[in-house]
Design a binder for this molecule. Sequence first.
Ligand code: BMA
Length: 382
Amino acid sequence: MTLNDFVRIMHLIPILLLLMIACSSDCPSVNDDISKTNDFPIDTLATPETVALFRNLQSISSKGILFGHQDATAYGVNWWAEPGRCDVKEVCGDYPAVYGWDLGDIHQATNLDGVNFLQMIDWIKEAYARGGIITVSMHLDNPVTGGSAWDNTPAIASILPGRSHHNQYLSMLDLIAAFLKSLKMSSGTYIPVILRPYHEHNHTWSWWGKGSCTTDEYNALWRMTIEYFRDVHEIHHLLYAISPQEIESAEEYFERYPGDDYVDILGLDYYKLYSSSFISDLGATLHLLSTIAEERGKISALTEVGLNKLPINNWWTDYLLAAINYSDQSKKTVWSLVWRNASKDHHFAPYQGHISAPDFRVFYNDPFTIFENDLPDMYHIP
Ligand code: BMA
């Protein structure tokens, strides 16, 4: 060190001291900066309630698993649109913590499963007022043929910017945006929604599935959709969940993936839990999912799981909970949602008198499962 260097350093000392005093209480450290990046949803303008939901979902991870059900308060086996009713509640005494809804057929008054959209808005508001969490999927019709979501005629190449059906597709997204904007309480607060578009895209049943588009097309559709909602419609009460079905490796998971800047939640849909031989398969996949989510500062969730008609009476504890409990890492999965209770031949949650109802009550009473009454305030940061 030269004399000049020494003098320069001595001059800097008072400034450094001042900075240290000013920063001692509230300046972020390098570590804080890292956790802040990981603590924030991809939308930098997300509403305070949406940020709180994201952070609270992160902090609930490994403390318990939230239970979710599709269309839980709209209908159940042998009833339709009756105020206050919910098959899950009739079996265990509590509502689910997570409510799934679907916006397929948004151009009509009722969705693809017959749920009236105006009633859906009311049920979403009621659930939010009770502290519940909302997630929305989109079984949208094929935008080129007009067929259903299951019409896997290639379509994405025609709806990307500059292509023949682009504007027509944006009109469909406008309807979804209008629905999302209507999810507003009288206080003016928008209800945070976990949007789960273009799900199960590694399978081939849908027009956004891997049999019908290239990886680049899928990613471009995803990014276009998120940018349209967030930047053009200025909707800032959304978290975004991606959900391939039954993957086996991180490579497979990220094969079709729009990038960490476009995803908040790494989801998984899983429908193979019909045999005990798949319990450890699901457990290992959840272990992997939580690991890759954690590495990216994201949340992991079992966005759909279930067994139609639940013919295995101990499925809830010995299959689903056993898979979740596979390892400390798999236990970090934040929620698991089962599909809808449409009829005696198509249901994924128990109803009164169902053979799996007693086991579901054991599942409900397990200290690790979280239903609506167990939820902390998810919309404020403690
Ligand atoms: C499927 C089935 C269909 C339904 C669709 C969208 O899994 O439940 O009956 O139309 O989901 O909810």
